[in-house]
Design a protein around this ligand. Structure first.
Ligand code: PLP
Length: 377
């Protein structure tokens, strides 16, 4: 459904939705409007359970261990609001954290007189140990919660979450994994990550309608986590509490099985291989064309379907305002949708690779960026 004639390289933020998925959501909206009490009142719990089942089967989760939420942010906030911290407790994450999650963690720390700390994971990273090592070394007796990204937003790196979660478990530290990008981008078994809490989006790499995400909680902590909107079902069960958070449009959630069917019909393995191969190629091509060092190994061993590349000079030195103007100009003047991100004070771009992208899209991007950089020299 994306507009023709645009090189759309930002599936990672908000990407295309298949037409059949959009149409299925429209059908659900019509059904709901035709029988609002029957569908949103008497049958909603049963319909949500049906929508959750294929997600659970696909990601190794029992339906009683997860709830649907509108987005990963909501899932993460539900955990942060549910936990209690004592003054001096530490909430730990890394410098690669998604900014909205940084803000939610800071807010939580401030409410409890706890501390918020970011461990630096310097780039370039060359191995999984370069990522896991600094996080594990940073744990101390005050660390109560570690929030790690499964796939980072600014840098597009796959974090070795299993190793990090195992080290945290050994020290009695709980782990919340921000899996905003993981479902659909990489093979995933949520409980096998070893996380205590896992928030994942379905509206990114599963191509479900906007407003589809989940929060999974390890059974031992299930009774302690409540949705951000506490409603009639408070204290019943995680699934029931998340299943009713006040009147809302449930059509996106009810469309999840259609999105999963569509993607499975195309073939998950095919999709992932295509997207990863394109990302590895685009990453290497852009680094070479811009004459910059990669942030992670050029063999693609630490990336999935996104890659972040440093911009050539003088664009790397742009202010955030200038970068914002360039991003708008790339779209308006050159019909390229790509995010520019400041990483450690240097401007980068992040490309996403989804099945509708072609090598030409990235060649065009490299030509336009090189021409803009040459004009500004
Ligand atoms: C790593 C990461 N976490 C969280 C989010 C937030 O996702 P949402 O806007 O669906 O809540 C994003 C969005 O891009 C993200 O990249």
């Amino acid at each position: 459904m994306l507009k023709e004639g645009i090189s759309f390289l930002n599936h990672g933020s908000f990407g295309g939705v298949p037409r059949v998925v959009f149409e299925e959501q429209e059908r659900w909206r019509r059904r709901i409007e035709a029988e609002p009490i029957e569908l949103l009142g008497r049958r909603q719990a049963e319909l949500i359970e049906v929508a959750k089942r294929p997600v659970g089967t696909w990601l190794g989760m029992r339906t009683e261990d997860f709830g649907l939420v509108t987005n990963a942010s909501e899932g993460i906030n539900a955990v942060l609001y549910s936990l209690r911290f004592a003054p001096g407790d530490e909430l730990l994450t890394t410098t690669h954290v998604y900014n909205a999650v940084r803000m939610a963690m800071r807010h939580t720390a401030a409410r409890h007189d706890a501390t918020y700390r970011e461990v630096d994971i310097p780039t370039p990273v060359t191995s999984r140990a370069d990522i896991a090592g600094p996080i594990i070394e940073a744990l101390n007796e005050r660390t109560k919660l570690v929030v790690i990204d499964h796939i980072t937003s600014p840098t597009g790196l796959i974090f070795p979450v299993e190793e990090i979660a195992a080290a945290c478990a050994g020290r009695g530290v709980e782990v919340l994994i921000d899996g905003a990008h993981a479902p659909g981008m990489i093979p995933l078994d949520v409980p096998a990550t070893g996380a205590t809490y896992y928030a994942g989006n379905l509206h990114k790499w599963v191509c479900a309608p906007k407003g589809c995400a989940f929060l999974w909680v390890a059974s031992r902590r299930r009774a302690d986590v409540h949705p951000c909107v506490v409603s009639h079902n408070y204290g019943k069960s995680l699934a029931e509490e998340f299943g009713w958070q006040g009147t809302r449009d449930a059509s996106a959630w009810l469309t999840i099985p259609a999105a999963l069917r569509f993607m499975a019909d195309v073939g998950w393995e095919r999709i992932r291989q295509h997207n990863h191969a394109l990302a590895v190629w685009a990453h290497a091509m852009l680094c070479e064309r811009f004459g910059v060092w990669p942030l992670s190994p050029i063999d693609g061993s630490l990336v999935g379907a996104t890659a972040t590349v440093r911009l050539p000079l003088p664009l790397a030195d742009m202010t955030d305002e200038e970068a914002k103007a360039l991003q708008q100009s790339l779209y308006t003047d050159h019909r390229i949708e790509v995010p520019l991100v400041a990483w450690q004070g240097v401007q980068h771009l992040r490309v996403s690779c989804q099945v509708y992208n072609r090598a030409d899209d990235y060649h065009r991007l490299s030509e336009v960026i090189s021409a803009v950089a040459a004009r500004r020299h």
